[in-house]
Design a protein around this ligand. Structure first.
Ligand SMILES: [Zn+2]
Length: 764
């Protein structure tokens, strides 16, 4: 029998040590992700990207930090500044000035993309570096995507100072990204340079700080990943983020190029997500470390690609990749991963067959090892589900997890660890450590094989620890002392900590605690991380050690849980998104609206609305109900649709009409009832397809100053139906403005922001 009392003590020592290492590793890894110190300027080589310069550029672009959405006077000013800088850098920038529409968003706008080209010696293919220079209507977009624009300008300046490379580089400043990727769509479908694009490097932000992550690639961008791996000083990138990102509804300009099979890499930082798309995405909030890291990532990569051989399409290959705690990157092709996973299984089978003589309980311990993994995974998810349920029950249904991310995190981690570790004690009874360890190894190896084939993006999480399981198993199966054999079972656990813990925090950054999915994925991964200490969980004589661990764990659960529950729902740093609307109809009636049953307005806002405030239906085309109060009309001018021409073509009606709106209008929206049988809308050579729509009201959205006077041609099955025409102004009349002020600093506008909407009708 190998499991003597002495052995068990040994094991419980390792058990506690591993648990401590897990917790400390989690703290250190999280701290490293949060803290990015930009190099001091003096430490940078000449010709390198320097965040101070980019910050100066950004401050100049933002001016008074007004929002600058697509086709607005404020964005005209931003464009003027970008063009002036490019000219002063010796470029001859070109402006692509077109109307662009995207069917998926039912949106059109006039966009003006700025393109500056640095022709390479070879002509031919080019590297396209992109960022968007419009913001959402609610905020100045200092990080999204002002920082990207500033980095793009600095990259252009630095590249312009170097002799031309082998390949050409084009710098593309798109407009209308926030309105639906309109600028990128116009470039990719119509710009003369589009056909030469070999690779796209895009910059974005989904917050105001944090690591600049390489979070998305094209389908066969392995070659670009290799280039990034060789240039990045502190890489933050893995194929898991790419896989998670596809779960999010977000899109960036890179999506437009990916749809066309063009390869590319996407960079963004995403901490402080509550500030994203709000007025607080301002210059002050931009983290200099994030700016420096994003600038380094992009400039160094473009610098390398300028002189690289650019392969075509599939030759680039699909890859699995991950950074190792920001120190470097591992990457391999999906095919190699699959071959390696199978080879590892064969080697592990051989080693575990040789190890069987150290397992006095035969196959049962191995089975318990596999079971231990599955139980840890399932229990992790279950505990997360229960915590989420409890938060929802206490706080109401939405945004159940409140503002203290530290205590939310501690509460989740300590709860999962406590339950998983307690169960491990039960499972480890009457099992041999070696058998449990082999079973655990089998679980990781089997998941390696499964993910390498089914979900290669996340396979590195299982493949890398599996390599250590196999190496250690092979060494263990040779003649060794028992102590030596036990020590050799530790490295795979450490590999799991290094590889899986960062992934848990990335899921937290990308999916957050609220919304259901993120918390379950985190719970499952925490359980899986803890599973690897099962082989050391033998109770033996060390009951007191376990008792202490349990007491400490319980104390952390109780304290962090209490603080997590008691944290305020919103703070000035994590404000509630709450837009205020003034809505006026064509019967002389008007109302102010703020908040819904699900996004309940703060008391101060309800008080400002007045005692008559109640949940009401505001728009005829949706069931959404808002807190509203009737107000005197501010008599804002409505938009008009003038029918110019109606002809019958092959049984359907072609209705050509002109939109007339006040010069201050920022958006005009048509809502065409289903009965009219809308098939398509043509706008200045763009085609919006509605033929498969089943909506009660089909929207057509025109954004920006150029909506006034715009002609559209609708293809309808029937004429004579009444459509709604809405026009938007950014200014709020006095009563609505007072409600907006009443939000204080715990709530703020987001995305489309505060709006005045004037509704009217038109006979089609
Ligand atoms: Zn953006």
């Amino acid at each position: 029998m190998s499991a003597t009392i002495r052995d068990r003590r040994w094991y419980s020592g390792i058990f506690v040590a591993l648990l401590i290492v897990l917790v400390v590793a989690a703290f250190v890894i999280r701290w490293r992700m949060d803290t990015i110190k930009p190099d001091a300027v003096g430490d940078k080589p000449s010709g390198a990207f320097i965040y101070e310069r980019a910050t100066d550029v950004l401050a100049d672009l933002l001016g008074n930090e007004a929002p600058h959405p697509v086709d607005s006077a404020a964005n005209d000013e931003v464009r003027r500044k970008i063009l002036a800088r490019l000219n002063s850098q010796g470029y001859d920038p070109d402006v692509q000035d077109v109307t662009s529409c995207v069917s998926a968003e039912q949106t059109c706008a006039r966009v003006r993309n700025i393109v500056a080209l640095r022709e390479g010696a070879a002509g031919g293919k080019l590297i396209l570096v992109t960022a968007h220079y419009d913001s959402v209507p609610a905020g100045p977009g200092a990080s999204d995507d002002g920082a990207g624009v500033a980095i793009l300008l600095e990259t252009a300046r630095l590249i312009g100072q170097k002799p031309p490379g082998k390949n050409s580089v084009a710098f593309l400043f798109t407009e209308g990204e926030e309105a639906g990727l309109l600028g990128a769509e116009a470039f990719a479908s119509r710009h003369p340079l589009a056909g030469r694009v070999a690779a796209v490097v895009n910059m974005e932000a989904r917050g105001t700080s944090g690591q600049s992550m390489m979070f998305e690639t094209g389908s066969h961008s392995g070659w670009l990943v290799n280039a990034f791996a060789s240039t990045s000083r502190q890489p933050s990138a893995n194929s898991l983020i790419s896989a998670v990102y596809t779960l999010l509804p977000n899109d960036t300009d890179l999506s437009v190029f990916k749809e066309r099979g063009i390869q590319g890499l996407n960079f963004a930082y995403g901490e402080n997500f509550p500030l994203y798309h709000t007025p607080l995405d301002n210059l002050k909030a931009v983290d200099p470390g994030s700016l420096q890291q994003q600038g380094d990532n992009v400039y160094d990569l473009v610098d390398k690609l300028m002189d690289a051989d650019l392969p075509d399409g599939d030759a680039m290959g699909s890859v699995v990749y991950t950074d190792i705690l920001g120190t470097g990157m591992l990457h391999w092709s999906t095919l190699y991963g699959q071959i390696a996973a199978i080879a590892l299984v064969l080697l592990f089978a051989f080693a575990s067959w040789r190890l069987r003589r150290f397992d006095p309980y035969g196959g049962r311990s191995v089975l318990f090892g596999v079971l231990g993994f599955l139980v840890s995974l399932v229990v992790g998810v279950a505990v997360a589900y229960v915590l989420n349920y409890a938060q929802s029950a206490v706080h109401g249904t939405t945004n159940a997890w409140h503002t203290s991310s530290l205590f939310n995190r501690l509460f989740l981690w300590s709860s999962v660890l406590l339950v998983v570790v307690s169960l491990q004690r039960l499972l480890a009874r009457k099992s041999s450590p070696v058998g449990l360890w082999i079973g655990m190894g089998w679980a990781w190896l089997m998941l390696s094989v499964a993910t390498c084939f089914a979900l290669p993006g996340i396979s590195y999480l299982f493949l890398l620890p599996s390599v250590l399981f196999v190496v250690c198993a092979l060494i263990c199966s040779r003649p060794l002392t028992d102590d030596g054999r036990y020590m050799l079972q530790v490295p795979p656990a450490l590999a799991v900590f290094v590889v899986v813990i960062p992934a848990i925090f990335l899921v937290e950054i990308m999916l957050g605690f609220n919304g259901g999915l993120g918390i379950l994925v985190m719970g499952g991964f925490i359980g899986v991380t803890a599973s690897v200490i099962l082989p050391f969980a033998q109770s033996g004589n060390a009951t007191r050690v376990y008792a202490y661990v349990t007491y400490v764990g319980l104390a952390v659960v109780v304290v962090s849980g209490a603080l997590s529950f008691r944290a305020p729902a919103y703070t000035a740093q994590r404000p509630q998104p709450l837009n205020v609307m003034y809505v006026q109809d064509d019967h002389g009636k008007a109302l102010v609206a703020a908040g819904t049953a699900f996004n309940h307005p703060p008391e101060s806002v309800l008080a400002a609305l007045g005692p008559d405030a109640a949940l009401n239906n505001v728009f005829p085309w949706t069931d959404s109900r808002f807190y509203t109060v009737a107000v005197p009309t501010a008599a804002l001018p409505p938009a008009r649709l003038t029918i110019l021409n109606t002809t019958n073509v092959g049984g359907s009606w072609q209705v050509t009409a002109r939109i007339d709106a006040d010069e201050h209008a920022s958006m005009v929206e048509l809502l065409i009832p289903r009965a009219a049988g809308l098939q398509a809308i043509e706008v200045d050579g763009n085609h919006l397809d509605y033929s498969t729509s089943t909506r009660d009201h089909n929207p057509f959205i025109c954004r920006g100053a150029s909506c006034n006077g715009r002609q559209i041609t609708m293809t309808l099955k029937e004429t004579g139906h009444e459509a709604i025409i809405a026009v938007e102004y950014r200014q709020l009349p006095e009563k609505a403005a007072a409600v907006a002020r009443a939000r204080g600093n715990l709530a703020t506008a987001r995305s489309d922001g505060n709006q005045s909407l004037v509704l009217g009708t038109v006979q089609l």
